[in-house]
Design a protein around this ligand. Structure first.
Ligand code: 13P
Length: 249
């Protein structure tokens, strides 16, 4: 039996409200060949302001959807932040947390991300937890030390059942938006290592970093890679779904 593939798109700060509506006008046709495939789960993560058209398009097409960040407090004096109850009203099913752009551009710490992971789980939403090393960390031989710190910080306070609910996304920082993909062996090495660290053989572990149609088959065929978290190639339905098409061959 072939494995289930998770194809998740992280739009980052792209696709306005009207662009999201347009995306879904084209999405239906591109998704048609794969719709109903029990071995495929498609998800899209949009900016907050595009969540309404995303929710409409996602529900119509039967895909999962969510936001790219959230604050852990339910309400209060936190200017500029968005709470979990606010997102729940849009019926989001998943939320990306700890993306390297949040860590490196906005200075999010392991401790802050851990609080968000716990709060999201408590609300019955699935966190898509991202982690990964920088080029400097890899080149100085610190890949596994850094990732162990990042992953442990997020899961140490969780129950085994919660640890299992989290979706993990290994995204080497040097491969994000650079066109430089980790080789299938490099990605597999980390995803396999992660599965052992997490201690849940059935944990869902995605790879992210310049995934596109031309490299999808090799990456997604690896034993410990359950899917892809896609940035650039997820912005258009054609290039996004082509990733699963390429895997299926
Ligand atoms: P790219 O696919 O554009 O490299 O982005 C990967 C990513 O950061 C997804 O979260």
């Amino acid at each position: 039996m072939s494995k289930k593939i998770y194809l998740y798109g992280n739009w980052k700060m792209n696709n306005t409200y009207s662009e999201t509506e347009k995306f879904f006008e084209e999405f239906e046709g591109a998704y048609a060949p794969f719709k109903g495939d029990a071995n495929l789960e498609v998800g899209i993560f949009a900016p907050f302001t595009s969540l309404w058209p995303l929710s409409q398009g996602a529900k119509k097409n039967g895909i999962v959807f969510g936001a790219q960040n959230v604050y852990y407090e339910p309400k209060g004096a936190f200017t500029g932040e968005i709470s979990i109850p606010m997102l729940k009203e849009y019926d989001v099913t998943h939320i990306i947390l700890g993306h390297s752009e949040r860590r490196h551009i906005f200075g999010e710490s392991d401790e802050l991300i851990a609080k968000k992971v716990k709060a999201v789980l408590d609300a019955g939403i699935i966190p898509v937890f991202c982690y990964g090393e920088t080029l400097e960390e890899r080149e100085t031989g610190n890949t596994f030390t850094v990732m162990e710190r990042q992953v442990r910080a997020a899961i140490d306070g969780l129950t085994p059942a919660e640890v299992k609910k989290v979706i993990y996304a290994y995204e080497p920082v040097w491969a994000i938006g650079t066109g430089k993909t980790a080789t299938p062996d490099q990605a597999e090495e980390v995803c396999g290592w992660s599965r052992k660290l997490i201690g849940q053989p059935e944990a869902v572990i995605l790879y992210g970093g310049s995934v596109k149609g031309s490299n999808a088959k090799e990456l997604l065929s690896m034993k410990d890679i359950d899917g892809a978290l896609v940035g650039g190639a997820s912005l258009k339905p054609g290039s996004f779904l082509e990733i699963y098409g390429a895997y299926k061959g």
